[in-house]
Write a protein that binds this ligand. Structure first.
Ligand code: ZN
Length: 451
């Protein structure tokens, strides 16, 4: 008994391990100026101090990691991922993505992934928006539907029991259902995002939605409605080139998003990579990310025919590319207007690799006109805030999870430097990137099929 007591006293007094990262340039995810020659102190799973060497002392007995000549940033956050289809969630941390927001998977998948994480598998933190909320009938297997606004509270009660971190409205949700879901979710302290088609994005912004998915959905109120026969991926590019972004409707939309504001996850990667086709998309990853054999096979499966450009005419390909230029122009305009832009990819859509796709999304945001600093915020501090988890993650500040990445070149000078991530820490523990790379590169089997 005495021995047990002594053991308990010693065990509870045992201090958490302390690590000090010394000498890197600190990019803290808040948009603050980079800080050269920094010290970041991690105690246990969380950051306990961060700042200049001159004012942050290295605690006595701390393990030290010399990062002179490197850059240290918060781990990246992918705000639009579908883990249901994803065999390799460990590919996210391999490329520096330490948190993902899942937008539509089933509870059983989330439970399985959380059990894998609990068993010590290197996995990103998972934030789950539940299954997508439609109206009438579910338009996709990852969606559930209510008959009308009156059914919203019961559905959200059920989602609360399932432990969601927020909710996502889907294409068939009309304005009244959107209104009811947004109000009810906000009463529970949850953020709401939406991939909308039956509620206008500007109207959703007025109803207080926190976030809108896919820049192409914003064009629905700027262009004629596509003919019903036009389905799938084609629909998102239809008539986008005819839109006047200087016109009245565009000005109204920008103003509506700016007021509250409603953040936008443009998901440029999914509007870009599948249009490129295999050769060009592969060139994007050449030299920094391997495309596993299993994934190539998987992307050619019939499931993905709705995001395939097979059978498109050269005119349709051209129109899609013109549309991409318009998407970029609207993203730039919203960023300048102060609408928060956040990073999400829609992985595992064709050629949108988990993790590497997030890094590429930041490159596309910079190409659209964001500064590298603002693109980095889109996947760090700003993303954490939109998730309403800013006190826990997204920035390198005391109290946050010690989810950190180290890169070998300056990402503020060239965002592509994020391809050179050399160390990744999850809750203060460095992950074995070599082991993860081996596992990912040898993924010969395609991910499991859809239900
Ligand atoms: Zn999606």
């Amino acid at each position: 008994m005495l021995a047990l007591l002594i053991f308990l006293v010693v065990a509870t007094k045992d201090p958490e391990p302390v690590t000090a990262f010394i000498g890197a340039t600190l990019i803290d995810g808040t948009g603050a100026k980079p800080l050269r020659d920094s010290v970041v102190v991690v105690q246990g799973h969380r950051i306990s101090a961060a700042g200049p060497k001159s004012s942050v002392p290295v605690p006595a007995g701390a393990r030290t990691v010399d990062l002179t000549g490197k850059w240290i940033l918060p781990g990246l956050i992918d705000m639009h991922a579908h883990l249901d289809e994803d065999l390799s969630p460990s590919a996210f941390p391999l490329f520096g993505v330490t948190s993902v927001r899942d937008v539509g998977s089933r509870l059983v998948t989330i439970q399985k992934l959380r059990a894998m994480a609990a068993s010590g598998e290197p996995m990103p933190r998972i934030y789950w928006m539940g299954r997508n909320i439609d109206e009438g009938k579910p338009s996709w297997w990852g969606a559930v539907a209510v008959k009308g606004p009156g059914q919203a509270p019961a559905l959200l009660d059920d989602m609360a029991r399932q432990g969601v971190d927020g909710v996502k409205l889907y294409t068939l949700a009309g304005p009244e259902v959107s209104r009811a879901v947004i109000a009810d979710a906000h009463r529970r302290g949850w953020p709401v995002t939406g991939h909308l088609d039956h509620t206008r994005p500007s109207e959703a912004a007025k109803l207080g939605i926190d976030n809108l998915e896919h820049v192409f959905t914003l064009f629905q109120e700027l262009k004629p409605r596509p003919p019903a026969m036009l389905t799938g991926y084609r629909r998102s590019f239809h008539a986008v080139d005819s839109v006047d972004l200087g016109g009245k409707a565009a000005r109204r939309l920008v103003a509506a998003l700016k007021v509250r504001p409603a953040a936008l996850t443009p998901t440029l990667a999914v509007s870009t990579l599948p249009v490129m086709g295999e050769k060009e998309a592969e060139a994007v990853y050449a030299g920094w990310a391997n495309v596993p054999a299993g994934w190539r096979k998987y992307w050619k499966s019939s499931y993905w025919s709705f995001i395939s450009t097979a059978g498109w005419t050269s005119r349709e390909i051209k129109q899609a590319r013109w549309a991409q230029a318009k998407f970029a122009a609207l993203v730039r305009r919203l960023d300048r207007a102060g609408v928060p832009i956040i990073a999400g990819t829609d992985t595992p859509a064709p050629w949108v690799l988990p993790g590497a796709g997030t890094v590429y999304e930041l490159e596309l945001l910079v190409r659209a006109g964001l500064t590298p600093s603002r693109a980095i915020q889109a996947a760090t501090g700003r993303a954490g805030a939109v998730l309403r988890r800013g006190a826990d993650m997204g920035t390198i500040r005391p109290g946050r999870f010690a989810d950190l990445i180290v890169v070998d070149a300056d990402p503020l000078a060239d965002i592509r430097s994020l391809r050179s991530v050399s160390r990744v820490y999850l809750g203060g523990r460095e992950i074995d990137r070599m082991a993860l790379r081996r596992k990912f590169d040898h993924a010969h089997e395609p991910p499991p099929g859809k239900p």
